[in-house]
Design a binder for this molecule. Structure first.
Ligand SMILES: NC(=O)c1ccc[n+]([C@@H]2O[C@H](COP(=O)([O-])OP(=O)(O)OC[C@H]3O[C@@H](n4cnc5c(N)ncnc54)[C@H](O)[C@@H]3O)[C@@H](O)[C@H]2O)c1
Length: 255
């Protein structure tokens, strides 16, 4: 048990699986009170009990749900210090622009991008009032690099998350609120496993571009989020925080 987030209240969306779940556990280990917002009620209640936090059923595309998640965390626990806006989807219907219809496009924009707008809009007034806070929005390395294995709406949504985070980080820097975009490389989570289970060739094709030659584990993302959430990163804001095993720095990778 550490103390790096002692006394802080954190909201984590998408905290029932993958990167969000690993982060909920890491935050709690470091002394934070964690409020999870997700759709998976059974897992949410169990995880909240495990970490001594709270679970709120929240569809991150629904403004009322999101406002209740952040407002409720502040009312119940007295402050809102950290927002990890992380829920996201990567459905197979989102593919090449030539094959992706408007409905699939819109669904991904809603869950991945509009949700981050709603979460930041809900969290910021509390943090501004306190004069402090750390917001971490989950973008992706595909926000800064192009892929021939396209998921067009996903990539566009993550580009939006990255620019929104940068802009908010700049706008609120003098009010004590830091906003950063976490840009993970491929992480070994259900989201990625689902995508690659149906297409192992696609997985192998991606691994070639990772200098480290493997996908990340969710705990490796959680450690990066912990750093951005804690006061250790006090001079870091509006940042494109790439945690990608070297992908974005690579031209030719080791054999
Ligand atoms: N896994 C990767 O390789 C990878 C890489 C880069 C970025 N990301 C991003 O990281 C984030 C987390 O991904 P993950 O791999 O941990 O995913 P995951 O599928 O393991 O977990 C996502 C969680 O979000 C929840 N969720 C989905 N839709 C929701 C909604 N409308 N409202 C509330 N909760 C909802 C799910 O129930 C689930 O608990 C996503 O934003 C994803 O785009 C993932």
């Amino acid at each position: 048990m550490g103390t790096r987030l002692e006394g802080k209240v954190a909201v984590v969306t998408g905290g029932c699986s993958g990167i969000g779940l690993a982060t909920v556990r890491r935050f709690a280990e470091e002394g934070a009170t964690v409020v999870i917002g997700d759709l998976d009620d059974a897992a949410g209640e169990r995880i909240a009990e495990e970490v001594g936090g709270a679970y709120v059923h929240c569809d991150v595309t629904d403004k009322e749900h999101v406002d209740a998640l952040f407002g409720g965390a502040k009312d119940r626990f007295g402050s809102l210090d950290i927002a990890f806006n992380n829920a996201g989807i990567s459905p197979p219907e989102d593919d090449s622009i030539l094959d992706t219809d408007l409905e699939a496009w819109r669904k991904v924009q809603e869950v991945n991008l509009t949700s981050v707008y709603l979460c930041c809009k809900a969290a910021l007034p509390h943090m501004i009032e306190q004069g402090k806070g750390s917001i971490i929005n989950t973008a992706s390395f595909v926000a800064v690099m192009g892929a021939a294995t396209s998921q067009i709406s996903y990539s566009a949504s993550k580009g939006g998350v990255l620019s929104m985070s940068r802009e908010l980080g700049v706008q609120f820097a003098r009010q004590g609120v830091r906003v950063n975009a976490l840009c993970p490389g491929p992480v070994n989570t259900p989201l990625l496993q689902e995508l690659f289970a149906k297409d192992p060739e696609r997985a192998a094709r991606r691994l070639v571009h990772v200098p480290m030659g493997r996908f990340a584990e969710p705990e490796e993302m959680a450690n990066a989020v912990l750093f951005l959430a804690s006061d250790e990163s006090s001079f870091i804001t509006a940042n494109t925080f790439l945690v990608d095993g070297g992908i974005s720095g690579a031209y030719v990778t080791p054999l």
